[in-house]
Ligand binder design. Sequence first.
Ligand code: SF4
Length: 220
Amino acid sequence: MAEFASCAIAGDEPVDDPADLAKEYPIVEIFHSVQGEAFHAGIPHVFIRFGTCNLRCEWCDTDFLTYSTMTALDILGEVMKYDCKRIIFTGGEPMLHDLWPLHRLLKGRNYNLSVETNGTIEIPDGLLDWVCVSPKDQMYPDVKIKQRTGDELKCVYVGQDLTMYDDLRQGFKHAFLQPCYMDAESIEWNGKNFAETEAVVKTNLGWRLSLQTHKWMGVD
Ligand code: SF4
Protein backbone atom coordinates (compact mmCIF):
# COMPACT_ATOMS: atom_id res chain seq x y z
CA MET A 1 0.00 0.00 0.00
CA ALA A 2 2.80 2.43 0.94
CA GLU A 3 4.51 1.36 -2.27
CA PHE A 4 1.46 2.35 -4.27
CA ALA A 5 1.25 5.74 -2.56
CA SER A 6 4.89 6.57 -3.23
CA CYS A 7 4.45 5.49 -6.88
CA ALA A 8 1.59 7.92 -7.21
CA ILE A 9 3.70 10.76 -5.95
CA ALA A 10 7.00 9.99 -7.67
CA GLY A 11 6.06 9.22 -11.27
CA ASP A 12 3.86 10.86 -13.87
CA GLU A 13 0.75 9.80 -11.94
CA PRO A 14 -1.31 12.54 -10.31
CA VAL A 15 -0.09 13.89 -6.98
CA ASP A 16 -2.71 12.80 -4.49
CA ASP A 17 -3.75 14.54 -1.29
CA PRO A 18 -2.87 12.21 1.62
CA ALA A 19 -6.17 13.14 3.26
CA ASP A 20 -8.03 11.89 0.16
CA LEU A 21 -6.07 8.62 0.17
CA ALA A 22 -6.83 8.07 3.86
CA LYS A 23 -10.57 8.74 3.60
CA GLU A 24 -12.49 5.67 4.82
CA TYR A 25 -15.61 4.17 3.25
CA PRO A 26 -17.88 1.21 4.10
CA ILE A 27 -17.54 -1.13 1.13
CA VAL A 28 -19.64 -4.25 0.52
CA GLU A 29 -17.81 -5.29 -2.64
CA ILE A 30 -15.88 -4.08 -5.66
CA PHE A 31 -16.26 -6.09 -8.83
CA HIS A 32 -15.92 -5.90 -12.60
CA SER A 33 -19.05 -6.77 -14.52
CA VAL A 34 -21.33 -5.74 -17.34
CA GLN A 35 -24.04 -3.27 -16.47
CA GLY A 36 -27.21 -5.31 -16.88
CA GLU A 37 -29.92 -2.66 -16.86
CA ALA A 38 -31.14 0.68 -18.17
CA PHE A 39 -29.16 3.09 -20.38
CA HIS A 40 -25.69 1.55 -20.08
CA ALA A 41 -26.81 -2.08 -20.32
CA GLY A 42 -24.14 -4.17 -21.97
CA ILE A 43 -21.20 -1.92 -21.09
CA PRO A 44 -18.51 -3.23 -18.72
CA HIS A 45 -17.99 -1.24 -15.52
CA VAL A 46 -16.26 -1.57 -12.19
CA PHE A 47 -18.94 -1.50 -9.51
CA ILE A 48 -18.14 -0.05 -6.09
CA ARG A 49 -20.92 -1.10 -3.76
CA PHE A 50 -21.16 1.02 -0.61
CA GLY A 51 -22.55 -0.21 2.68
CA THR A 52 -25.50 1.35 4.54
CA CYS A 53 -28.73 2.76 3.19
CA ASN A 54 -31.35 5.16 4.51
CA LEU A 55 -34.23 3.06 3.08
CA ARG A 56 -35.36 -0.57 3.43
CA CYS A 57 -37.06 -1.63 0.19
CA GLU A 58 -38.70 -5.04 0.32
CA TRP A 59 -37.18 -6.16 -3.00
CA CYS A 60 -33.67 -5.04 -2.06
CA ASP A 61 -31.16 -7.74 -3.02
CA THR A 62 -28.12 -6.14 -1.36
CA ASP A 63 -26.85 -7.02 2.09
CA PHE A 64 -25.68 -3.45 2.59
CA LEU A 65 -25.14 -3.93 6.32
CA THR A 66 -22.27 -6.37 5.75
CA TYR A 67 -19.26 -4.36 4.70
CA SER A 68 -15.58 -3.70 5.37
CA THR A 69 -13.96 -0.35 5.97
CA MET A 70 -11.64 0.52 3.10
CA THR A 71 -9.57 3.62 2.57
CA ALA A 72 -9.79 5.45 -0.73
CA LEU A 73 -6.25 4.20 -1.38
CA ASP A 74 -7.43 0.60 -0.90
CA ILE A 75 -10.35 1.25 -3.25
CA LEU A 76 -8.11 2.82 -5.86
CA GLY A 77 -5.77 -0.15 -5.72
CA GLU A 78 -8.68 -2.54 -6.22
CA VAL A 79 -10.23 -0.56 -9.08
CA MET A 80 -6.91 -0.26 -10.92
CA LYS A 81 -6.65 -4.06 -11.13
CA TYR A 82 -9.21 -3.95 -13.94
CA ASP A 83 -8.68 -2.70 -17.48
CA CYS A 84 -11.83 -0.59 -17.29
CA LYS A 85 -12.23 3.17 -16.98
CA ARG A 86 -15.94 3.22 -16.17
CA ILE A 87 -17.04 3.11 -12.55
CA ILE A 88 -20.49 2.87 -11.01
CA PHE A 89 -20.98 3.89 -7.39
CA THR A 90 -23.87 1.82 -6.12
CA GLY A 91 -25.14 0.47 -2.85
CA GLY A 92 -26.64 0.67 -0.44
CA GLU A 93 -26.87 4.40 -0.84
CA PRO A 94 -23.55 5.85 -2.06
CA MET A 95 -24.62 9.45 -1.52
CA LEU A 96 -24.62 8.93 2.26
CA HIS A 97 -20.84 9.25 1.95
CA ASP A 98 -18.55 12.11 0.95
CA LEU A 99 -17.48 11.01 -2.52
CA TRP A 100 -15.24 14.01 -3.25
CA PRO A 101 -11.99 12.29 -2.16
CA LEU A 102 -12.74 9.35 -4.48
CA HIS A 103 -13.78 11.78 -7.20
CA ARG A 104 -10.43 13.58 -7.02
CA LEU A 105 -8.41 10.36 -7.04
CA LEU A 106 -10.37 8.75 -9.87
CA LYS A 107 -10.96 11.75 -12.12
CA GLY A 108 -7.23 12.45 -11.87
CA ARG A 109 -6.80 9.06 -13.54
CA ASN A 110 -9.44 9.65 -16.22
CA TYR A 111 -12.17 7.45 -14.83
CA ASN A 112 -15.78 8.03 -15.83
CA LEU A 113 -17.96 8.12 -12.72
CA SER A 114 -21.63 7.13 -12.51
CA VAL A 115 -23.91 6.78 -9.53
CA GLU A 116 -27.05 4.81 -8.82
CA THR A 117 -28.89 6.59 -6.02
CA ASN A 118 -32.33 6.58 -4.45
CA GLY A 119 -32.43 10.36 -4.88
CA THR A 120 -33.04 11.26 -1.23
CA ILE A 121 -29.74 13.15 -0.99
CA GLU A 122 -28.88 16.03 -3.28
CA ILE A 123 -25.76 15.49 -5.40
CA PRO A 124 -23.24 18.34 -5.63
CA ASP A 125 -22.66 19.71 -9.14
CA GLY A 126 -19.60 18.33 -10.88
CA LEU A 127 -19.22 15.28 -8.66
CA LEU A 128 -20.34 12.70 -11.22
CA ASP A 129 -20.44 12.16 -14.97
CA TRP A 130 -23.71 10.22 -14.99
CA VAL A 131 -26.54 10.31 -12.46
CA CYS A 132 -29.13 7.54 -12.29
CA VAL A 133 -31.89 8.20 -9.77
CA SER A 134 -34.02 5.25 -8.80
CA PRO A 135 -36.72 6.77 -6.59
CA LYS A 136 -38.50 4.64 -4.05
CA ASP A 137 -41.35 7.02 -3.24
CA GLN A 138 -43.83 4.48 -4.62
CA MET A 139 -43.00 2.57 -1.41
CA TYR A 140 -42.18 5.53 0.80
CA PRO A 141 -44.63 8.34 -0.01
CA ASP A 142 -43.18 10.47 2.79
CA VAL A 143 -39.63 10.28 1.46
CA LYS A 144 -38.80 13.44 -0.46
CA ILE A 145 -36.78 13.07 -3.66
CA LYS A 146 -34.16 15.81 -3.41
CA GLN A 147 -32.07 14.94 -6.47
CA ARG A 148 -34.51 16.06 -9.16
CA THR A 149 -32.15 16.28 -12.13
CA GLY A 150 -29.87 13.75 -13.77
CA ASP A 151 -29.29 11.54 -16.77
CA GLU A 152 -31.68 8.68 -16.14
CA LEU A 153 -34.68 8.06 -13.96
CA LYS A 154 -35.15 4.35 -13.26
CA CYS A 155 -38.37 3.35 -11.51
CA VAL A 156 -39.26 -0.10 -10.23
CA TYR A 157 -42.82 -0.85 -11.25
CA VAL A 158 -45.06 -2.17 -8.48
CA GLY A 159 -48.39 -1.01 -9.91
CA GLN A 160 -48.00 2.70 -9.15
CA ASP A 161 -49.65 5.39 -11.26
CA LEU A 162 -46.88 6.80 -13.47
CA THR A 163 -48.38 10.29 -13.29
CA MET A 164 -46.64 10.49 -9.90
CA TYR A 165 -43.42 11.04 -11.91
CA ASP A 166 -44.77 13.71 -14.27
CA ASP A 167 -42.88 16.49 -12.54
CA LEU A 168 -39.74 14.52 -11.61
CA ARG A 169 -39.29 13.21 -15.16
CA GLN A 170 -38.78 16.72 -16.50
CA GLY A 171 -35.34 16.83 -14.90
CA PHE A 172 -34.02 13.68 -16.63
CA LYS A 173 -32.94 12.82 -20.16
CA HIS A 174 -34.16 9.19 -20.04
CA ALA A 175 -36.92 7.41 -18.12
CA PHE A 176 -36.88 3.66 -17.52
CA LEU A 177 -39.46 1.40 -15.96
CA GLN A 178 -38.18 -1.84 -14.51
CA PRO A 179 -40.20 -4.85 -13.31
CA CYS A 180 -39.93 -5.66 -9.63
CA TYR A 181 -37.82 -8.82 -9.53
CA MET A 182 -37.40 -10.89 -6.40
CA ASP A 183 -35.04 -13.86 -6.27
CA ALA A 184 -37.14 -15.51 -3.58
CA GLU A 185 -40.31 -15.45 -5.68
CA SER A 186 -41.40 -17.95 -8.35
CA ILE A 187 -40.83 -17.70 -12.08
CA GLU A 188 -44.58 -17.11 -12.43
CA TRP A 189 -44.56 -14.25 -9.90
CA ASN A 190 -41.65 -12.51 -11.60
CA GLY A 191 -43.04 -13.27 -15.08
CA LYS A 192 -46.32 -11.59 -14.19
CA ASN A 193 -44.40 -8.46 -13.16
CA PHE A 194 -42.46 -8.51 -16.45
CA ALA A 195 -45.71 -8.75 -18.45
CA GLU A 196 -47.41 -5.97 -16.49
CA THR A 197 -44.42 -3.64 -16.84
CA GLU A 198 -44.16 -4.33 -20.57
CA ALA A 199 -47.86 -3.52 -20.98
CA VAL A 200 -47.49 -0.25 -19.05
CA VAL A 201 -44.46 0.83 -21.12
CA LYS A 202 -46.41 0.18 -24.34
CA THR A 203 -49.15 2.57 -23.28
CA ASN A 204 -47.05 5.30 -21.64
CA LEU A 205 -45.00 7.25 -24.15
CA GLY A 206 -41.53 8.30 -23.09
CA TRP A 207 -40.86 5.34 -20.78
CA ARG A 208 -38.45 2.59 -21.78
CA LEU A 209 -38.40 -0.95 -20.44
CA SER A 210 -35.35 -1.86 -18.36
CA LEU A 211 -34.66 -5.49 -17.54
CA GLN A 212 -32.11 -6.73 -15.03
CA THR A 213 -30.38 -8.95 -17.56
CA HIS A 214 -27.44 -9.61 -15.22
CA LYS A 215 -29.81 -11.62 -13.03
CA TRP A 216 -30.65 -13.95 -15.91
CA MET A 217 -26.93 -14.38 -16.56
CA GLY A 218 -26.40 -15.19 -12.90
CA VAL A 219 -23.77 -12.48 -12.45
CA ASP A 220 -23.58 -9.51 -10.08
S1 SF4 B 1 -32.76 2.26 -1.77
FE1 SF4 B 1 -31.72 0.66 -2.94
S2 SF4 B 1 -30.12 -0.13 -1.56
FE2 SF4 B 1 -31.57 1.05 -0.29
S3 SF4 B 1 -33.01 -0.51 0.47
FE3 SF4 B 1 -33.89 0.36 -1.42
S4 SF4 B 1 -33.18 -1.02 -3.08
FE4 SF4 B 1 -31.90 -1.43 -1.27
